[in-house]
Design a binder for this molecule. Structure first.
Ligand code: CMC
Length: 437
């Protein structure tokens, strides 16, 4: 980061001397005021719950311009990556900073492919879960458990360990997600098949069975790959910040990524695609398109607690560029499967149209986010609703590990330790039990 000529001055109305704070410039995006010495200089903290105005780190991986609706991975627009690259090229880009050339791509693809199998013992670990456990509960456990299986890649301070942990995580997540699914439905696990693409292999592990040959449908394979690309990274969101904070203690990469999986599960974050599809199904069950107006009134009534899932974003105050690409994929998949008249797709388009014209949404700059259409695509492919967030976790693993590795490689990194504005009791004396009222 570059020191700016501009400086910020913080003055106080109580006569305390003003403090001059350095300002740093990034390559693009808002400048930051450096408050690292603020406490030392003033004895005060800053207060920013939800980190609305706080840059928690410097990063060169992903850039979002929320007003323009722009998303760049290492400088490349998501629209170009989604059309010209596959997911593993995107992983290489996020991890190493540049797109691979043909030889690098071949080597990277082979490396990932050779790590897709998991330690056989993990099957027994999986069997300890109830069959009706939520896949995200299983995944949180399985990813954390990887630290008990791969001892040669748990030293976060060793760059080779970090690299092999990254490859293992990217390679094994599809196997783990598919196993969690097969376990839930009581079907036999499918071993990975190395002659298939990353997305094709995942589809086969999900939908293949040992009795028949599975033919990968190229349209669905491309759709799956696009879902992975669009979810691969999204700068300092809740789960990524969780991974960074967790990893900042020096814990092993598998434990840090498991923390990210746990955070992603929530409906305000990765769980939104599941919540969005449930919402569409509920509207459909209550009368479909005819009930859209009534539902929208509920959304606008704050006392109802109902939100239009798949709409709104902390950073995007414009159309989420991923939502446009997802809508395109949605059209392709539904056409391929002969589901053009899918009632949920019609419902989603109707909701989107109304919302984009409604003052409530316009004033608050609420637009569809990536989750609005991703659920419809996944459902059409045959992925059960409760696995949607697991697919998101699979795709986001590369972003988490790239961000974690970036943090650990930064010589300035410190354990994360936010402070607080204390509003509780001051010191008081413990009364003996008999004297307490
Ligand atoms: N439906 C109805 N009202 C909404 C919605 C929504 N989906 N999202 C925001 N609002 C309202 C909100 O009530 C507030 O209104 P007011 O100013 O009158 O109090 C205003 O818009 C600003 O919202 P906010 O809650 O301050 O915004 P935020 O940045 O804290 O929250 C969000 C962002 C994503 C949590 C929120 O928009 C939301 O809950 N959306 C639905 C869940 C969803 O789709 N999440 C997926 C995010 S994209 C995938 C990912 O990155 O994980």
């Amino acid at each position: 980061m570059k020191l700016s000529d501009n400086k910020a001055t913080l003055s106080f109305s109580n006569g305390k001397s003003p403090v001059e704070l350095p300002v740093y410039e990034g390559t693009v995006g808002p400048d930051v005021i450096d408050i690292r010495k603020l406490y030392g200089q003033t004895g005060m903290f800053t207060y920013d719950p939800g980190f609305l105005s706080t840059a928690s780190c410097q990063s060169a991986i992903t850039y979002i311009d929320g007003d323009k609706g722009e998303l760049l991975y290492r400088g490349y627009p998501i629209e170009q990556l989604a059309v010209n690259c596959d997911y593993l090229e995107t992983c290489y880009l996020l991890l190493y900073g540049e797109l691979p050339n043909a030889a690098q791509k071949e080597e990277f693809d082979q490396r990932v492919t050779r790590h897709t199998m998991i330690n056989e013992q993990m099957q027994f670990f999986l069997r300890g879960f109830r069959r009706d456990a939520h896949p995200m509960a299983i995944l949180t456990g399985l990813v954390g458990a990887m630290s008990a299986f791969y001892h040669d890649s748990t030293d976060i301070n060793n760059p080779e360990h970090r690299d092999i942990a990254a490859i293992r995580l990217i390679a094994k997540l599809p196997t783990l997600v598919a196993m969690a699914y097969k376990y839930g439905v009581g079907a036999p696990y499918q071993y990975p098949q190395n002659n298939l693409s990353y997305a094709g292999n995942f589809l086969r592990m999900m939908f293949g069975n040992p009795c028949e040959e599975y033919k990968v449908n190229p349209v669905l394979e491309r759709a799956m790959d696009r879902i992975f690309i669009l979810h691969a990274d999204h700068e300092q969101n809740a789960s990524t910040s969780t991974v960074r904070l967790c990893g900042s203690s020096g814990t092993n990469p598998f434990a840090a990524i498991a923390a990210g999986v746990a955070c992603l599960w929530g409906p305000a974050h990765g769980g939104a695609n599941e919540a969005c599809l449930n919402m569409l199904e509920q509207i459909q069950a209550s009368g479909g398109v005819a009930k859209v107006g009534e539902f929208m009134e509920k959304v606008k009534d704050k006392s109802s607690g109902v939100k239009l899932m798949g709409f709104g974003h902390r950073v995007y105050k414009n159309y989420d560029p991923r939502a446009k690409l997802m809508q395109e994929t949605c059209n392709e998949v539904l056409a391929e499967l002969g589901l053009e008249k899918d009632p949920l797709f019609a419902l989603a388009k109707q909701l989107e149209k109304i919302a984009l014209e409604d003052d409530y949404f316009v004033q608050r700059k609420l637009y569809p986010n990536v989750d609005f259409y991703s659920g419809i695509v996944q459902r059409a492919i045959g992925i059960p609703v409760n696995l949607f967030t697991g697919i998101f976790a699979l795709a986001r693993t590369v972003g988490w590990i790239a961000q974690l590795n970036e943090m650990i490689s930064d010589p300035e990194y410190k354990i994360g330790r936010p402070r607080q504005l204390f509003t509780g009791h001051t010191t008081r004396t413990v009364k003996p039990l008999a004297e307490r009222g």
